[in-house]
Design a protein around this ligand. Structure first.
Ligand SMILES: [Zn+2]
Length: 456
């Protein structure tokens, strides 16, 4: 099943030539051998890379990408965008969410993402009543992931408040749980995903504005007893207004408050982490947390610029997510991450360093490792024991002509040209061949019907 011989493959130690990769029957990599000729009769592929983890997705937002770009009344901000998003979210059903998520995951696979971190908060009906099966919306995402064949870390979100010390507003009714109901959902999802190596469950307290301090403590304590190594994701300090409101309510900045409340460690992924001061940045990077960066969404929403040079200098770990899905392309995400910094600092090669002098290579390798940690699954590496989540690039593509080693990754991330992704495998099974997902047409058909229904 799925034996591959590649002219070049990106292994944990760097590029290797003539690499034979054997997946086992359960979809993990059984062996990796470099410097061996292609066995007779086996198709040889060009360039083999680990699939990229997309650690932050709100799948339903795929269907509203582009719909919040008109001049609103008053000032256009994150908060006016959120109003459009809430109105859109209000119409979602398990069926429409499943169709939208399937299309999204197909698009992710065709772009070279092989795992999604689904940060899911659209739990209930529009009026706030649970569905007949309270897990229906979460299960719709899991079914979509299985249909598309993408790995998934399911991150049901805990949402309890409308702001620091504020009750939820009507647009948030669909998101709400008390802790007991929340952990019933979490344990249900653990049962649904048990024994499936391409799936895992984490918890996702939405943000410090949506989860009161005591509840955050209880949730993380309870989670440790359920899964001591389980991932924890949280939106942190995305907006300046959020930082201001946190300080007014608690006397502390969001990062400070988080560090005071809970033990931050490698289980944590801090989504955005945009507005950190020096002390917060050093402390959070030092605890081994991953910064879950979503550069194109952060640009689209006017969030601000993550302190990438300082975070990398502090040995901070990073991963990328597509979040609101205005772009679904890992290379473009990394390009924006770097170019935002260049525009701001008036320097070039911002992410590069003396020990990692290739900008694109450093970013690409960093998000494979950070994604592996953030998703809590053995992915992002071509080595025995890791999942056989693999991407084959077109080695003849003009974007990569004459490129080798880390210069190849630089050109992959920072040079022009589309359609490099040829084949994509998840858990030892080909999902994309010759640039097209096996469900490409059906997923697009179902998606169009779902979106027509939503806007009707
Ligand atoms: Zn988000």
């Amino acid at each position: 099943m799925g034996v591959i011989h590649a002219r070049k493959a990106l292994l944990p130690g760097g590029w290797a030539d003539d690499v034979l990769v054997l997946p086992d029957a359960a979809g993990a990599i059984a062996s990796v051998e470099a410097g061996v000729p292609a066995p007779p009769g086996l198709e040889q592929v060009g360039l083999l890379l680990p699939g990229v983890p997309d650690v932050h997705s709100h799948a339903f937002q795929r269907a509203m990408a582009g719909l919040a770009e008109q001049l609103p009344e008053g000032e256009a901000s994150f908060w006016t965008w959120r109003g459009v998003m809430y109105a859109f979210a209000g119409r979602m059903t398990p069926e429409t969410v499943r169709a939208i998520a399937t299309q999204l995951y197909v698009e992710m696979l065709e772009a070279g993402y092989t795992t999604v971190g689904e940060f899911h908060y659209l739990h209930h009906r529009a009026d706030g009543r649970p569905h007949d099966d309270p897990a229906a919306m979460a299960l719709a995402h899991l079914e979509a992931a299985r249909e598309a064949g993408i790995g998934i870390t399911m991150l049901p979100s805990l949402y309890m408040a409308g702001g620091f010390g504020a009750p939820p507003d009507p647009g948030q009714r669909r998101f709400l749980h008390d802790l007991d109901a929340y952990f019933r959902l979490v344990t249900r999802l653990q049962a649904e995903t048990a024994g499936r190596p391409d799936e895992r469950v984490g918890i996702a307290p939405h943000s410090l504005r949506a989860v009161p301090p005591e509840a955050l403590r209880s949730a993380t304590d309870n989670w440790r007893s359920l899964d001591p190594q389980g991932p924890i994701h949280l939106h942190l300090a995305e907006q300046v207004r959020e930082v201001r409101e946190c300080m007014e309510a608690t006397g502390r900045r969001p990062g400070e408050l988080l560090l005071d409340l809970v033990e931050i460690d490698e289980r944590w992924t801090l989504i955005h982490a945009t507005h950190l001061d020096d002390a917060e940045l050093l402390a959070l990077a030092g605890r081994g947390a991953v910064a879950g960066l979503c550069p194109t969404t952060e640009g689209n929403l006017g969030d601000g610029l993550f302190r990438l040079p300082d975070w990398l200098e502090a040995a901070g770990r990073i991963a990328i997510g597509t979040d609101s899905h205005v772009v679904i392309d890992p290379c473009e995400e990394l390009r924006w991450l770097e170019y935002g910094q260049r525009t701001h600092t008036l320097r070039r090669t911002v992410a590069a360093s003396a020990t990692a002098p290739h900008t694109g290579a450093r970013l690409f390798k960093a998000v494979l490792e950070g994604g592996r940690q953030s998703m809590g699954r053995p992915i992002g590496r071509i080595e025995p024991g890791s999942r056989a989540d693999l991407v084959v690039l077109d080695h003849d593509h003009p974007r990569l002509t004459t490129r080798d080693g880390d210069a190849l990754l630089d050109s992959l991330v920072l040079a022009p040209g589309r359609d490099l992704v040829r084949h994509v495998m998840v858990g030892g099974v080909w999902q994309v061949r010759d640039g097209r997902h096996r469900r490409h047409d059906q997923a697009a058909h179902d998606y169009r019907n779902a979106v027509r229904e939503l806007v009707a």
